[in-house]
Design a protein around this ligand. Structure first.
Ligand code: S3P
Length: 168
């Protein structure tokens, strides 16, 4: 039985959303995606929001959304930068169990190729994107209750691994 929410964290392209949905289907718990909430709450697609208001404003709203999620146990898939704010990291640790979906740069770079929806990787080279990941890595690790490497796992396998580790 799930007593606390499960947060899936990880870099863009690590599979948070797909694995979160598979986890929801297998466990029967509701799935909430912070990026999706962001777009419903602001009425603006994230990429347009970045263009109009910038990253700092996005981060503040992202925190508002995280802190106002329902208390009832859910599977919460997060935006890749959620761990950037200390306040968010604290909240994640206190309010649930946090699973870091680790993924090798080779795999996420392949998945992110040609993506037009993520403002932070637009016009960035593979090296720059990998550097962003390396900078964030300690924050993902620091926030996580446990880590799964998703590079060689199917969505189903990753969801099953979480279910057995969490005793869901
Ligand atoms: C971001 C990741 C995105 C989204 C926004 C910023 C980031 O979510 O929140 O574009 O800073 O890593 P995904 O990780 O779901 O792509």
């Amino acid at each position: 039985m799930l007593k606390k929410s499960i947060y899936l964290i990880g870099f863009m392209g690590a599979g948070k959303t797909s694995i979160g949905h598979a986890l929801g289907e297998k466990s029967g718990f509701p799935v909430i995606d912070t990026d999706e909430r962001f777009e419903v709450y602001t009425g603006i697609p994230i990429k347009d929001f970045f263009e109009q208001y910038g990253e700092a404003c996005f981060r503040n709203k992202e925190t508002e959304i995280l802190l106002s999620l329902p208390d009832s146990p859910s599977i919460i898939t997060t935006g890749g930068g959620i761990i950037l704010k200390e306040k968010n990291r604290q909240f994640l640790k206190e309010s649930g169990r946090v699973v870091f979906l680790q993924c090798s740069p080779k795999v996420f770079l392949e998945r992110l190729k040609g993506d037009q929806t993520r403002p932070l990787i637009k016009n960035k080279s593979a090296e720059e994107i990998s550097e962003m990941y390396e900078k964030r890595l300690p924050l993902y690790l620091e926030s996580a209750s446990f880590t799964i490497n998703t590079s060689d796992l199917s969505i189903e396998e990753a969801a099953e691994t979480i279910i057995s580790r969490m005793n869901l």
